[in-house]
Ligand binder design. Structure first.
Ligand SMILES: NC(=O)C1=CN([C@@H]2O[C@H](COP(=O)(O)OP(=O)(O)OC[C@H]3O[C@@H](n4cnc5c(N)ncnc54)[C@H](OP(=O)(O)O)[C@@H]3O)[C@@H](O)[C@H]2O)C=CC1
Ligand SMILES: O=C1OC[C@@H](O)[C@H](O)[C@H]1O
Length: 394
């Protein structure tokens, strides 16, 4: 029973949102959120509620009433709305940092505008529509001495870092093959979802593939050499209009060649069709590293704080295999029961960086740019081509 209560607590933690600021001697960092996005409560509002140096101070939405309702629900002081709402939030001198959870195709425009307004930016993944846009955002951030980070929250979690330590530690010998998957059953994303809109930077590779690529690159400690193959299945909405353009991937699979003969596979799918047309598929969210002397798998590398297991299989010189399972919900030395979400660890690091302290880890400019470069190259290989460059409005 205790394990069940623990599980329920873990799964619900990221969604127990309240923006009640916890103040310290110094002024908290005031965050503004661009868009009343679904991801904002678990990714920022809830983590901020336990961070003594953060206040979620403002939200902007395209509709004033929506902004107000969101602000009321989460105890946010300021609500900006209407066609100028996002810019008003950026013009608010009280806002020091901006969280950008807009659709992918708007990441570049509003991150550039936020940086131009002198704000630090925590930017949702994938960084932008193209690698070039990603480079430009970091260039502007650097020139203004501002912090910009792509919110690959999974990287901040101890389970993910333990996986990397096992791979790097040599216990399993040389790495041979890495496969990372993020695929969910049909029915979770509705047909109106931003992920299915090409003009908003939609597609499985952009949305989920960015994680699988990021994790594969992280685990291999290298960049791919080439894309051996890349295949996709397009998204087709129910009753598509006759002029519907099939340029959004519902699923993409790519085979990569990495240095030292290592191979890699990434799989992403926004809507796996049911088996035999009726049995829903089980989500596939895992990172598997096959090595000379065994293999290791992290189930649920994307949201390990909710639930995960690390299965390590070691094969000895006589070919005898031993398997062990690890669960890693906190770093060594952290107090019992802490068990932060990936987003909470991420926020801690972001604030540390902003305050001039050393974050426990970081998603670097080089990492974000390389991830976008490979996303673009995989799209080229599938034949779908990169997502459209962002259109920037004045
Ligand atoms: N880190 C993570 O775990 C996750 C990250 N994400 C990322 O966060 C971003 C948002 O995802 P999610 O919260 O699921 O999406 P939502 O659709 O819930 O939110 C997107 C927001 O963008 C705003 N928006 C502005 N222009 C448009 C437009 N033309 N069409 C639609 N929305 C628009 C809307 O804000 P308004 O209120 O102004 O109308 C809306 O609230 C994506 O980049 C996604 O990749 C998503 C889920 C998980
Ligand atoms: O964490 C995630 O999982 C589901 C995705 O669709 C989402 O965008 C992503 O960030």
């Amino acid at each position: 029973m205790a394990w069940f209560l623990d599980f329920v607590k873990r799964v619900s933690t990221p969604f127990n949102s309240s923006a009640a600021p916890v103040t310290t001697e110094s002024q908290p960092i005031k965050f503004g959120i661009l868009g009343a996005a679904a991801i904002a409560p678990p990714a920022l509002i809830s983590p901020a509620s336990t961070h003594p140096e953060v206040q979620v101070y403002a939200v902007a939405a395209r509709d004033q009433k929506r902004a107000e309702a969101f602000a009321k629900k989460y105890g946010i002081e300021k609500a900006y709305g209407g066609s100028t709402g996002y810019q008003q939030l950026l013009d608010d001198p009280e806002v020091e940092a901006v969280y950008n959870p807009l659709p992918n195709g708007l990441h570049y425009e509003w991150t550039m505008k936020a940086l131009a307004a002198g704000k630090h930016v925590l930017l949702e993944k994938p960084a932008a529509s193209t690698a070039e846009e990603t480079r430009e955002m970091f260039k502007l951030a650097e020139s203004k001495g501002l912090i910009l980070m792509e919110a690959f929250h999974y990287r901040f979690h101890p389970a993910v870092q333990r996986l990397k330590a096992i791979v790097d530690g040599g216990e399993l010998g040389a790495v041979k093959h890495i496969s990372t998957s993020l695929a969910i059953p049909k029915g979770i994303m509705g047909p109106g979802d931003i992920r299915y809109k090409y003009e908003l930077g939609g597609g499985a590779l952009m949305d989920m593939g960015c994680y699988t690529l990021s994790c594969l690159r992280y685990l291999s400690s290298s960049e791919p050499i080439s894309i051996e193959s890349a295949t996709h299945e397009v998204y087709v909405p129910p009753s598509p209009p006759s002029d519907y353009v099939r340029n959004v991937d519902r699923r993409t699979v790519a085979e990569l060649l990495l240095p030292k003969g290592v191979t890699g596979t990434i799989t992403c799918d926004l809507a796996m069709p049911p088996t035999l047309g009726v049995i829903p598929k089980i989500p596939q969210i895992s990172a598997v590293v096959k090595c000379e002397n065994g293999e290791v798998e992290l189930f649920n590398f994307v949201a390990p704080a909710m639930y995960h297991w690390l299965k390590v299989k070691v094969v000895d010189g006589n070919g005898k295999a031993k398997t062990r399972t690890e669960k890693v919900y906190k770093f060594e030395g952290e107090e019992k029961g802490k068990e932060w979400s990936t987003y909470r660890y991420q926020l801690e690091a972001f604030v540390d960086q902003l305050k001039g302290r050393t974050p426990q880890t970081w998603i670097t400019k080089g990492d974000s740019v390389a991830n976008m470069e490979w996303i673009e190259q995989i799209y080229e290989k599938t034949g779908l081509g990169s997502r459209p460059k962002s259109r920037v409005t004045s």
